[in-house]
Design a protein around this ligand. Structure first.
Ligand code: AMP
Ligand code: MN
Ligand code: MN
Ligand code: MN
Length: 281
């Protein structure tokens, strides 16, 4: 039996809400033994050229990716990872610009709500971490709030202030599933449902999401994700078989100290599943 590739199909750089520059992400992946890497910043392609150059210099195989924010059903945010897209495809670029355009106004509303519960200066604070108002995300708010000394770690900020139902959570309309899949397929890419175990969907709702995704040409789901427990990995391996999806393996790495798992440090996929990267190698 051949040794499986150490493929990591999902991670972030400073171009969205990661802590390392694109080239640093690539160098860290290489040092961790990753053979095949996709950089998948949120709604943004701006790190791909730098990352690819760094990967070429190291002889690390690289896939152009992006993680698209989608609103699905009754106010559920679902993330769709696009792999192997042409980063110059105009409709994809325009679609992503449209998705990004709502972030600044959302951040202003989030800051107003946080202000009302005693967390002041959060808009300016989050922007200091984000750099770019078009990319300001809850992760940047979380870093600012954590830096106020209010929580033991950055993740805990979500439980108290930023998760759905908490004071700083503002509902938002991202792309529709149909739009995101249209942009991805139009740019020659493969669509993957990111961290399906993170969505608070019951079995019936999950099957509806997976069914719609499949009918519209979606190809794969993340079975192994930094955000999944071992039990969730087994659950999504079963869904993968049931729907005939390809399987992905994804750290969702954001930075040292802030992520569940480091680049490339996930177990191997179950033997019977077909890895999504078979499309690229
Ligand atoms: P946004 O796109 O602005 O809603 O921000 C979403 C980002 O916040 C995700 O991509 C993660 O980086 C981070 N995030 C969301 N929920 C959590 C959580 N429970 N713990 C840690 N980070 C989270
Ligand atoms: Mn993120
Ligand atoms: Mn995500
Ligand atoms: Mn991600």
């Amino acid at each position: 039996m051949s040794i499986p590739l150490n493929a990591d199909m999902h991670c972030h750089s400073t171009v969205s809400d990661g802590l390392l520059a694109p080239a640093e992400v690539v160098r860290r992946a290489h040092a961790n033994g990753v053979d095949l890497l996709a950089l998948t910043d949120h709604d943004e392609l701006g790190g791909l050229i730098e990352a690819r150059q760094a990967a070429d210099a190291l002889g690390l195989r690289f896939i152009d990716g992006v993680e698209i924010s989608v609103s699905w059903g009754d106010d559920t945010t679902v993330h769709i990872v696009a792999l192997g897209i042409d980063p110059n495809e105009p409709r994809l670029k325009q679609g992503l610009a449209q998705v990004r355009s709502g972030r600044d106004a959302r951040a202003v509303r989030m800051a107003a709500e946080l202000d009302a519960v005693g967390i002041h200066g959060a808009y300016e604070g989050a922007l200091r971490y984000a750099g770019n108002p078009a990319l300001v995300s809850r992760a940047h708010f979380a870093r600012y709030i954590h830096a106020q000394g209010l929580t033991r770690d950055v993740k805990s900020v979500f439980d108290t202030w930023l998760a759905k139902g908490k004071p700083g959570y503002v509902p938002h309309s991202w792309a529709t599933l149909t739009e995101a899949l249209g942009w991805i397929h139009g740019a020659g890419g493969v669509a993957v449902i990111a961290h399906p175990g993170r969505y608070r969907l019951n079995g019936m709702e999950m099957r509806r999401l997976l069914g719609e995704f499949s009918e519209q040409g979606g190809s794969a789901i993340e079975v192994l994700s930094g955000a999944h427990s071992p039990e969730q990995a087994r659950e999504f391996a079963r869904y993968c078989r049931e729907f005939g999806f390809l399987a992905s393996r994804a750290s969702d790495f954001h930075g040292p100290g802030e992520s569940w798992i480091d680049l490339g440090r996930m177990p191997a996929l179950p033997d019977d599943l077909i890895p999504v990267w078979q499309r690229f190698i």
